[in-house]
Design a binder for this molecule. Structure first.
Ligand code: ADP
Length: 455
């Protein structure tokens, strides 16, 4: 219990600390906008300098590529007044052998499914003008570069500038589509956070930022073009640009790091990088819990005389399990008992033991959720939405997507409550967090539309 107590103390995130983290995030954002490489944040100027305006019209397709599945969608857009007239999606699991195989195999597979999807266009209310080629927007999420630990060949995990990367993917998919007789042009290629921002802002102009909290984590927001001093190009007409923060890489002396975080970092493939991501994202939170339990087992015989061998295996205990334990409301923690048995091979746990294990999960989740809220406050500070201007409180929406936010409700509740605490009652009604549901489905198609050759 002393190990647990020490861990809890080290993870403590009182409001004062969170405000320091938020301030540090704002400072890093300024630095990243001033010069390339001047910050731990990427602050990448997205190639999507024009978000959809609402004037888009016609039929557009989207491919949202994740680590284990992809989604194909189409939307029929009807300009400002009528917006999304019709929309349809289908989800496809990627067969495991394709995740580690060559990109050509996967592209052929996608093209095959795309051909089938296009063939059903006429069943709904979708139509394309005879003179137009179909246009496709692609979004990809982080695990695409990290499936089962084996990077797919056409992705480069070290490069994360959206738009500029994966030209290979565009080329290969285009070839595969040709072979399959799908007449489609790839008009946009973005990461999932930018896609969410584009879709959510199209649906609600009060959306200022999008955050992804899934296997990986990231944030993107809308910045005044004039505030981006490193930008040398022509300023966009809208006066706004989208910034891909790559916030997983954020680092600050104010982050509450423990010996377990240091160990996780040292054992990782990207030592010294992704400090923020290693605390708040789904890929790592479960493993931090495992490391704490391992120390309790090794140094205090917490699970009996022998150390359960599965506890020694990295990533055996995932954020999925952590969240299941955390949500067990039964009086004797039955589910906790069965998960410990099934996943970690630890049987006959006492109620006290189970309670302590849940305590570890709560500590890791609360630290992650509260720091995520601090990160969001950093963005709000940067764009001046944390204060009242000339007596007017502007409605401000942050759209959040990703498996952790969606499924780990104790995490999301804590994040929302913490942001409220940080901002104070004054902003309770004006700054809101929304779960992004529709935006991610249409975002990539909208970006294809805003880059359409047929305006
Ligand atoms: P991606 O892998 O593209 O980020 P998602 O946004 O769906 O896809 O996020 C998946 C991640 O969400 C998983 O890796 C896991 O960390 C987390 N996750 C999924 N389901 C749960 C759950 N029930 N509880 C907690 N975390 C979950």
């Amino acid at each position: 219990m002393a190990i647990l107590k020490e861990f809890e103390d080290m993870c403590d995130t009182p409001l004062g600390k969170l405000k320091q983290v938020a301030e540090a995030m704002t400072v890093e954002m300024h630095a990243g906008l001033a010069s390339e490489g001047g910050s731990t944040l990427g602050m990448l100027i997205s190639s999507v300098d024009n978000l959809p305006t609402g004037n888009e019209h016609g039929l557009f397709y989207a491919l949202d590529l994740g680590g284990t599945k992809f989604r194909l969608s189409r939307v029929q857009l009807g300009r400002k007044k009528r917006r999304v007239l019709e929309q349809e999606s289908t989800e496809v699991s990627i067969p495991p052998h394709m995740m580690v195989g060559t990109s050509i195999g996967l592209c052929d597979f996608i093209a095959e499914k795309l051909a089938m999807f296009v063939a059903t266009e006429g069943d709904g209310d979708f139509h394309i003008s005879p003179s137009r080629q179909r246009e496709l927007g692609i979004s990809f999420s982080y695990p695409m570069t990290q499936t089962s630990g084996t990077p797919i060949r056409w992705t480069n995990p070290s490069v994360s500038t959206d738009g500029a990367i994966n030209q290979d993917l565009v080329g290969q998919l285009t070839q595969s589509m040709k072979r399959r007789g799908v007449d489609m042009r790839v008009a946009a290629l973005v990461n999932d956070t930018i896609r969410t921002l584009a879709g959510e802002r199209y649906l609600n102009n009060d959306v200022v930022a999008a955050v992804t909290l899934g296997t990986g984590t990231n944030a993107a927001y809308v910045e005044r073009a004039s505030a981006i001093s490193k930008w040398r190009g022509v300023l966009p007409k809208s006066g706004e640009m989208v910034i891909n923060m790559e916030w997983g890489n954020f680092r600050s002396v104010h982050l509450p790091l423990t010996e377990y975080d240091h160990a996780l970092d040292v054992e990782s493939l990207n030592v010294g990088e992704q400090s923020f991501g290693k605390i708040i994202s789904g890929k790592y939170m479960g493993d931090i819990v495992r490391k704490v339990l391992l120390k309790m087992a090794e140094e205090a015989d917490f699970f009996g005389d022998t150390v359960p061998s599965k506890l020694r295996v990295p990533f055996t205990f995932r954020t999925h399990e952590m969240s299941a334990l955390h949500h067990d409301n039964s009086p004797d923690l039955t589910l906790v008992g069965s998960i410990l048995k099934d996943i970690l091979g630890i049987s006959n746990t006492s109620q006290e033991t189970r309670r302590a294990v849940v305590e570890v999960c709560i500590t890791v989740a609360e630290r992650g959720a509260r720091l995520s809220a601090a990160g969001i406050l950093g963005i709000l500070k940067k764009i001046g939405r944390d204060t009242v201007k000339e007596g007017v409180k502007q409605k401000t929406v942050i759209a959040i997507d990703g498996g952790v936010f969606k499924h780990y409700s104790e995490f999301s509740k804590c994040l929302e409550n913490t942001l409220k605490e940080l901002l104070g009652e004054e902003f309770t009604d004006t700054v809101v967090i929304e779960h992004a549901i529709d935006g991610p489905r249409i975002g990539a198609a909208l970006l294809a539309a805003s880059r359409s050759l047929y305006h």
